[in-house]
Every structure is written in structure tokens, then in C-alpha cells.
Design a protein around this ligand. Structure first.
Ligand code: SF4
Length: 862
């Protein structure tokens, strides 16, 4: 026998020095020796369940598992031998149950499970737990009876499956698969890297498609945003492209019906009617809503058309309806109205505070990253009126009444100041206003905050103790902070907490408001707002006006235009006569629906760019069929300010066209000589129009993972975080707005507080997701009602319930649920037949004009 050194081991005759905690498997890999293993996932420790990695160890009476045996000095290991091969074959044969017995499980619209192919390697189980943070699978039974189990009766719909499809990616045998993979790929199938068009997370996708058909979508493996993971919408909900309902030709209104029209005639009609109304009634008789579903380039061109050609700032976008309060408050307090943190801060955070956000459903891939971080040791504070999924694993869950954010956040801030548990150095160096904030917060007693929020003093104290113990915190907020009459005040209170804890500009901490629609961040960045040019540049800045005037050749006045509610009010009053709506459906999505439709009906000329017939399109005079996110080139900007490429993977159906092309052609018909031959040329112009934010952005630089703004020069790497080196204005301002009860709380005769929001399987007004098999997973809107309220009102599960507010009525099916507290109701708004926004009212935040979707006083009738 050859002797080996005291400090070395030998594998297949090759010596190596074992490293601390190294297994035989890892040591062998270091030598380039591959030991077969089934149960190990890339980047994860092996499960040890497959027993395929058996090796012979000198002196051991039987083979050992290489993945679970520590490599030690003096060991001699053999990884191949005829006996080992026989043993491995026997292990594999044992793992494979005899084929042909179990039927294929087809209980899911996208996933399939074939038990006969399952070797119980547990790769799906670990992926589900480790990546998605769900627990769908279990291995049950012993010996030959061992099998994979999920849900009650092995049905996906009774399991906690979120349909993310991550298990399918790792199944080595094809036991778990999805329908997409079963469609034979055509020879000409191409793979196109793009950005998911479903939410503001901005996951990178690889789209497998031939010229006309999208066959499958996968997560881009090493993408900075999603690292290969996707949610059900991003991975599977692409069937809308093939829907027979797609708008495929321009349509013009003739009386009560729409008739097809050619593109040249549609372009000429749009130009002529807008010009006529402009000539007769002046610039402010026109307005435009840019789209948060479309690209940055399309949004930029539409606002440019109305500002430069028609001389009006009547341009707004749906950010008005979601994060206008966030943008307003953060820009007041910090100088920039956007996320200060990035997604990578989730993994670096000691404490994640989720405030009015439900990422598990509305931003699922980020929700999964938060759950992964929690499992690795991050602490979690959840402040929400609903017991959202992440509340179940929170260290402290603060279930407050809708609209009481300011009271709760102020109470936590007051406790931190009182205990001296603030970052004194940071506050002294980087902020102003501590004394006046402390004085203002000293007044409202903790008991008063508890009374208005419905949260016990003890829970408020526990929340403050958690923040005090962890220090810098990552504050992840959602529409539950901003869509309130105190939306701006809520975000100011949140910013106070972020500043007091020294969180802004630090790794693993800061403010991360999640954006709802895929490009709502970019849409606002591009100037889809009545009070600023692209890049949030003031309308009255001399320097900005000189630069943009030179580029555009014409400028709007330096005074702000109308916001969405003001535009609709002007339409009802007759002063707004023409409106161009790009990829939005305000007749379904905006609050106070009755008055919105009244406004749309009064317009002389309404242009709608859309994928499908919509509630808004019913009022249109000209309908322009649009290309969807899988069918056009451009960029989207996600919630962490990351500008990423969108690439056409397939051609749009019929004559549908990308929004930017249509706007450019209308501008041409109006005599504009624009350099807008392609999206990359438009981006080059955007970089010149807003150089401090986008000066270094070009398609050549965006690459696979894009760039985070601000990126002011060609050498600048982009900005993962804002304010890392201090605030532009010198110091951030701690401000206080006293809690005020919403006009929708305590309304006599309307005892329930209604929250509206999203569910996992649908996106916004459901235009796309309702036209996919996802509809089987969530077939209608549901009204969540607490069982005690249901019992009192005589409402049973699945019964149809009428909801009535002071503004209107709607109907929905009841779901008895303890996610909501007694007295609170939750309703999604994805289905037009529900008319959820007939119930929501005109109340809005006076500072941002963001509507109060998150609180409406209602009563119910079974
Ligand atoms: Fe698309 Fe959002 Fe899902 Fe990512 S999390 S796949 S961006 S819908």
C-alpha cells in the first residue's frame, strides 16, 4: 500500500489536502472528478436523499455517501468500480417505481405531475422551500412506498402552490413538467431576452418563440433582478397574445359602432381632429395619459407630442393613482422621489419592515426574496390591515385599521426618540428638524395612537423595540401607504423612521417603494406628469427650458397642467375636449367610476391605444391596436430605478403596432420633424433631455441587466442606492403631519372599511391575465369578509354580496377569511363585471391627488 501524507487524502489515486468542513463530493470536484448525484441543486447543499453518490472508502465495511461524508486526512476513496456501478444502478432502479400505474396528475392549468417518473430526489421540495418559500411538497412513506405528496389528495389547488414553476426547472426526470414544454418546439424557435411586462419587479425573461407564437418563458438564469426565478404571471400568463379578442385593426366610431379603418387614415384622422380642437379651443382643450404598461420611449414621445406640438402640460399617468404620494413625500424630504435602496438590500437587511405592501401576491419574485432573507435570519416587521402571507412569519405583525398609518408610524418614531434609540450621529450630520419633530410627536399619546389604529399599546411597543434592536432598516412600502387621503403624510412618517434609524443610503437599509405596473416608474420618469419635464425637471427652470427648447424646437408654458382627476373634471365641465389614452383603462381602474365614465362620454375626441376592447374603449372615437410587451422593443424601468431592455420576441397580431411608432407617425402628420426612427434613437434623445438622470444611458450600455438611474455620464456605472454620500440639498428634512381621520372613516350607516387591491394570478384590470389559463386559478373577484361579520350579516361562503358606498354599488362573491380583521373588507378589482370602482369614491390626498383606494366606507347586503 502506498503511504499518503499526514495531511492529505486520496481520491482515485490523486492526493489532496482536505479543507475544513469539506465533503468527499466537494473534494472530488476540486480534483475535477465528477461523482454522480441527483438530489443536489446548483448552489445548494445536497439533500442526501438519492444515495447515488456512493463511494468506496478504504477500511469502511460498506460504501458511504460522498455528499455527507467529511473528507479527512489519511482517507483513500474510490469513486468508480464495477461494484459501485452495480450498486448505483440498483439504487436508481429502486427509486423508480414500476411504470404505468399512477395516472398523470393534470389538476393544474399549467403544471403536470407523472408519479411513475418521480425518483423522490426532493429537488422540487427544496426548490419550493428555498426559492419560493412555499411548502408544497413532502416525501411520505417508507422503502418502496416512498413517494412525493402535495396538497390534500395530491391536487395542486389544495396545496399552497403559487404556480411559480421553479420545481419544473429542477426536476431531473420530467416527472414535474409544464404544458409549455410539451408543445413541440418548431425548428425556427428563437430565444429572446426581455423584461417581464407584469409588475414593477422587472424580472428578466428568456422567451422561446417563433415569428408568431410564444411557446414558453423562462427566468434568465443569472439576471440581477430575479436570478432565474419567475412568478406564475411572468412564466405562464402569455396566452393573451393568441386571444381572438385582440384588437388587430384601427377602428373608428360610426354612430354606436366601430368600423375598421386603414393605418394611414387613422393617423391622418388623429392628427386632423387634434389640430382642429387645438385651433378652436386652445392648448388646454387637449390632454394625454401616458401608459405604465408601455415602454419608456412610447411614454416619452406622447408627452413630447402634447408639450411641444400642442403647448400643453395636460399630461399625466397612472402613477397619479398609485405612488404619486410616495414620489411627492420622498422628493420633499430627500430631494428625489424614488427608491433609495435596491433589491440586493433585501439579502443584506437585518430588519425588513413591510408597510402597506403585499409582495407575495403583487410582486411575487421580490416577495420570495424577502421570505428567503427571513429564513436566513433577517427580522421582519409587517404593518398592514390584512394578515398578508408574510405576516405569518413576521417577528411583529401590526394589524392596523385602514388609513391609520400615520398614527402607527408616528407612535413608533415617538418611542424611538423617547428611548434615545435613534442614530444620533446620522441624524445630527444628515438631517434637520429633529427638535420640532420630537416636540410634535410628544403630543399624541401612545394610547391615542392605539385608539385610532386599533393596535394595542403593547404591539406598538414591540414594533418599536424591534426597530430599536435592529437599527438601519429596509422599509418596503406599497400602495397601502400611498393610496390614502393621508398618503403623502404616511410616506413622510415612513421617511422619518428611515432617517431616525440612519437607514437611507446604507447597504441593507433604506426606502424601497414597490411599483405596481411594469413601467410605472419609467412612465413618471419620462415626464408623464403635469408639473415636470422628463427626469422630474421643473417646468420653470431657465436652464432646463433652454436645453429642452433647443432639442424640441418648441416648449409648453412654465405652468403646470392638469392631473388625472382634474382632466376628468375638465372633461365633465366641457373645457377638456380631446384626450389620448395610451394603454390604460380608467373606466375600470380609476375610482369613482360613474363620474369617470361621465367625463369620457363628454369628450369630443378620445383616442385609445389598447391591446383589447376595454371599458374605456367603449367611449373612444378612434381605437389604435397596440403591440404588447412580448411584441415590441424599448425599455422598462423597475422599482429600483433599473432601466432594462424589452425586446420583441414575436410579431404583433394583424395590424397592431408598437405605441411609439404610432405616436411618431401622428407627429409626422402634424409636421414634426423628429429623430425617432427607432427606440434606441429615442433613448439617445431622452439622455440629452434629462442628462443628470439619464445622460449615460444608451442601448449599447444597457446590456443584460440594464442601468440604475441616476447615470449622468457614459463612464458612470449607474446608482444602486441613492444618497450614499449624503443628500444633494445637504440635509434631509424631518417633517411632521398630524394624523387625521379619513373622510371615509366613521361614516354613519356605512360600518365597514373596504380595501381594494390585487391577487396573485391577475394583473391590474386583468386585461391580459383574464385571457389566459390563469383564470382557472382565480376565476372572479372575491370579497374577503371576516367570519364573524359574515355570520352577523348572514353571508355564507361564495354567496353573492352587494356592496354599497356613498358613491355607488357593486357585487362580488364572498370569501370568509381571517386575513381581514372584523369590520374590514378586501375586494380585488381585476374583473370589469365586478365594477369594484363604482364603490370607491372621490376622496384623495390633497398633496398628491392620489385617490383613496385603500379605504371606502361601505355597507353590505347578502
Ligand atoms: Fe413578472 Fe413581476 Fe412576476 Fe417578476 S414578479 S415574473 S416582473 S410579474
Amino acid at each position: 500500500m502506498r503511504s499518503i501524507g499526514d495531511s492529505t487524502a486520496e481520491i482515485d489515486g490523486r492526493a489532496l489536502a482536505p479543507r475544513p468542513h469539506e465533503t468527499i463530493l466537494v473534494g472530488a470536484a476540486r480534483l475535477g472528478i465528477e461523482i454522480p448525484i441527483v438530489c443536489q441543486l446548483p448552489g445548494q447543499p445536497p439533500d442526501g436523499g438519492c444515495r447515488v453518490c456512493l463511494v468506496e472508502l478504504e477500511g469502511s465495511p460498506r460504501p458511504v455517501a460522498a455528499c455527507h461524508t467529511a473528507l479527512a486526512a489519511g482517507m483513500r476513496v474510490r469513486t468508480t468500480s464495477p461494484a459501485l456501478e452495480r450498486l448505483r444502478a440498483a439504487v436508481r432502479a429502486l427509486a423508480l417505481p414500476p411504470p404505468g400505474h399512477a395516472p398523470r396528475n393534470a389538476s393544474h392549468p399549467y403544471l403536470r405531475f407523472t408519479r411513475d417518473l418521480c425518483i423522490t430526489c426532493r429537488r422540487c421540495l427544496h426548490t419550493c422551500e428555498d426559492i419560493q418559500g412555499a411548502n408544497v411538497y413532502a416525501v411520505v412513506g417508507r422503502g418502496p412506498e416512498t413517494r412525493l405528496a402535495f396538497g390534500v389528495d395530491d391536487r395542486f389547488e389544495t396545496s399552497p402552490c403559487t404556480s411559480c414553476g421553479a420545481c419544473v426547472e429542477v426536476c431531473p426526470t420530467g416527472a414535474l413538467t409544464d404544458l409549455d414544454r410539451e408543445v413541440p418546439a418548431a425548428e425556427e424557435t428563437r430565444v429572446t431576452r426581455s423584461t417581464c411586462g407584469y409588475c414593477g419587479v422587472g424580472c428578466q425573461v428568456e422567451v422561446l418563440a417563433d415569428a408568431r407564437t410564444v411557446r414558453a418563458i423562462r427566468g434568465a438564469p443569472r439576471a440581477a433582478v430575479n436570478r432565474g426565478h419567475l412568478c406564475a404571471k411572468g412564466r405562464y400568463a402569455h396566452g393573451w397574445r393568441e386571444s381572438a379578442e385582440r384588437l388587430t385593426r384601427p377602428l373608428v366610431r360610426e354612430g354606436d359602432r366601430f368600423v375598421p379603418i386603414s393605418w394611414p387614415d387613422a393617423i391622418a384622422l388623429a392628427a386632423r381632429r387634434l389640430e382642429e380642437i387645438h385651433a378652436r379651443h386652445g392648448p388646454d382643450a387637449l390632454g394625454a395619459l401616458t401608459s405604465s404598461r408601455s415602454t419608456n420611449e412610447a411614454a416619452y414621445l406622447l408627452q413630447k407630442l402634447f408639450r411641444s406640438r400642442f403647448g400643453t402640460n395636460n399630461v399625466d399617468c397612472c402613477a397619479r393613482l398609485c405612488h404619486a404620494s410616495t414620489a411627492r413625500a420622498l422628493s420633499e424630504v430627500l430631494g428625489v422621489g424614488a427608491a433609495t435602496a435596491c433589491y440586493d438590500d433585501v439579502e443584506a437587511a437585518r430588519l425588513i419592515a413591510l408597510v402597506g405592501a403585499n409582495p407575495s401576491e403583487a410582486h411575487p419574485v421580490l416577495g420570495a426574496r424577502i421570505e428567503q432573507a427571513r429564513r436566513r435570519g433577517a427580522r421582519l416587521l409587517v404593518i398592514d390591515p390584512r394578515r398578508i402571507e408574510l405576516a405569518g412569519s413576521a417577528d411583529v405583525f401590526v394589524q392596523l385599521r385602514p388609513g391609520a398609518n400615520v398614527a402607527v408610524l408616528d407612535a413608533i418614531a415617538a418611542l424611538l426618540i423617547e428611548r434615545g434609540a435613534i442614530d444620533h450621529e446620522y441624524v445630527a450630520e444628515r438631517t434637520i428638524g429633529l427638535e420640532s419633530l420630537a416636540a410634535a410627536l410628544a403630543r399624541p399619546a401612545l394610547e391615542r395612537a392605539s385608539e385610532v389604529s386599533g393596535v394595542s399599546v403593547e404591539v406598538l411597543r414591540r414594533a418599536a423595540e424591534l426597530v430599536a434592536a435592529c437599527g438601519p432598516t429596509l422599509f418596503v412600502s406599497g400602495l397601502g401607504t400611498s393610496e390614502l387621503t393621508q398618503g403623502t403624510a404616511s410616506v413622510r412618517a415612513l421617511a422619518n423612521l428611515a432617517l431616525l434609524t440612519g437607514s437611507v443610503g446604507r447597504p441593507g437599509a433604506g426606502l424601497l417603494p414597490l411599483r405596481g405596473q411594469n413601467n410605472v416608474q419609467g412612465n413618471a420618469d419620462m415626464g408623464g406628469a403635469p408639473d415636470s419635464f422628463p427626469g422630474y425637471q421643473p417646468l420653470d427652470s431657465v436652464e432646463t427650458r433652454a436645453r429642452i427648447g433647443a432639442l424640441w424646437g418648441a416648449l409648453p408654458p412654465p405652468t403646470r397642467g392638469k392631473t388625472i382627476p382634474e382632466l376628468f373634471a375638465a372633461a365633465r365641465g366641457g373645457s377638456l375636449r380631446a384626450l389620448w389614452i395610451q394603454g390604460e383603462d380608467p373606466a375600470q381602474s380609476d375610482p369613482d367610476q360613474t363620474r369617470v365614465t361621465e367625463a369620457l362620454a363628454k369628450l369630443e375626441f378620445l383616442v385609445v391605444q389598447e391591446l383589447f376592447p376595454s371599458e374605456t374603449q367603449r367611449f373612444a372615437h378612434l381605437v389604435l391596436p397596440a403591440a404588447g410587451w412580448l411584441e415590441q422593443d424599448g425599455t422598462f424601468t423597475n422599482a429600483e430605478r433599473r432601466i432594462q431592455r424589452v425586446r420583441a420576441a414575436a410579431t404583433p397580431p394583424g395590424e397592431a403596432r408598437a405605441d411609439w411608432q404610432v405616436i411618431r407617425d401622428v407627429a409626422r402628420a402634424l409636421g414634426c420633424d423628429w429623430d425617432a426612427a427607432s427606440p434606441d434613437r429615442i433613448m439617445d434623445e431622452i439622455a440629452r433631455v434629462a442628462p443628470r438622470m439619464f445622460g449615460g444611458v444608451s442601448y449599447a450600455r444597457l446590456g443584460d441587466d440594464g442601468l440604475q438611474w441616476p447615470c449622468p455620464s457614459a463612464e458612470h456605472p449607474g446608482s444602486r442606492r441613492l444618497h450614499e454620500h449624503g443628500f444633494e440639498s445637504g440635509r434631509a428634512r424631518l417633517t411632521h403631519t398630524a394624523f387625521e381621520a379619513s373622510p371615509e372613516s366613521g361614516v354613519p350607516g356605512f360600518p365597514y372599511q373596504l380595501i381594494t387591491g390585487r391577487v396573485l394570478h391577475h394583473y391590474n384590470v386583468g386585461t391580459m391575465t383574464r385571457r389566459t389559463p390563469s383564470r382557472a386559478l382565480a376565476p372572479c373577484d372575491r370579497l374577503e369578509i371576516h367570519p364573524s361579520d359574515a355570520a352577523r350579516e348572514g353571508v355564507s361562503e361564495d354567496a353573492e354580496v352587494e356592496l354599497e358606498s356613498r358613491w355607488g354599488r357593486c357585487r362580488a362573491r364572498a370569501e370568509l377569511s381571517e386575513r381581514v380583521a372584523p369590520g374590514t373588507l378586501f375586494l380585488s378589482f381585476h374583473f370589469p363585471e365586478t365594477h369594484a370602482n363604482r364603490v370607491t369614491g372621490p376622496a384623495h390626498d390633497p398633496a398628491s391627488q392620489c385617490p383613496e383606494y385603500k379605504l371606502t366606507a361601505v355597507r353590505i347586503r347578502p
